[in-house]
Design a protein around this ligand. Sequence first.
Ligand SMILES: [Fe+2]
Length: 314
Amino acid sequence: MTASAQTAAPMKLFESDIVNIKEGAPSTLSVPERAHWLCAQLEAGNILFFPRTPFEISSADRETLLGQKQTSAAYHKNVAYRPAEDRVTGLDKSESAESEQLRTILRHYSQSAATFLAELLPPYANQWKLDYASYRPIEERSRAARLHARNDLCHVDSFPTRPTNGDRILRFFTNVNPSQNRIWLTAETFEGIAPRFAESLGLPDALRTNPFRAMARALGLPGARRSPYDHFMHQCHNAMKEDAAFQQNSPKRRWEFPPDSSWIVFTDAVSHAVLEGQYALEQTFIVSRAAMVSPHRSPVAILERLVGRALTIT
Ligand SMILES: [Fe+2]
């Protein structure tokens, strides 16, 4: 459990840790056993760390990514790539040349990440939905943002516009900055924080106890696809950022991801914050809950044990 990205003392305070792919996997495992082991590590709240990005990003692509930063005030927090539509969002309409270049780069990154993960983690392959990729060109240190959009406060991920209904949020990140580390904090996993926030927020209602939501679903109204699980996770994301005592007192670890490293993590379970860094790429996978090798560790399973009933839409 050591990694060059680790700067804190190697003391295991809680589950979240880094597994360096080269050092971490037991060499005696067969290929299927290794894949299962890697999935189990991720589901336990570990981060799979690659000191070198495991597929090529050409120097021309890297130059393009780095070169446009100062020239364009049009960059938003994220430039997103939607694989299903082969479309880039997050740039002003006037930036059509940049948009086309970024579309090509992000398409390649998205496809490379998906191919790589399918080989690395076969239990998840074909059991995921390829979600958005993104480019993060803004320096995270001291970046101004409204409270709930701040990256420097520990949180678990939840997408209000893309409910997962209990499926998992797995993210592959790459630091494309040639000289600057990307610095993260991790705090407790969802397993550790769920009882506390379930108590402060109130346990999520089961579907049958909410007639308005059931009616909205029957009518096909916008937002009706959001399950009690999704509703709770979004509330939890916000409550964690609002909770100054949690931010201050929760035990944390600090990680430095060097230039050209990559890492994989279930960000719906590992509470995380980004303190510093500029120029990162990321691909999100929504992995079926049914594909987990340790299904009891999924946030939805943890919550359903607390509530005593199902929290998803069937
Ligand atoms: Fe996040």
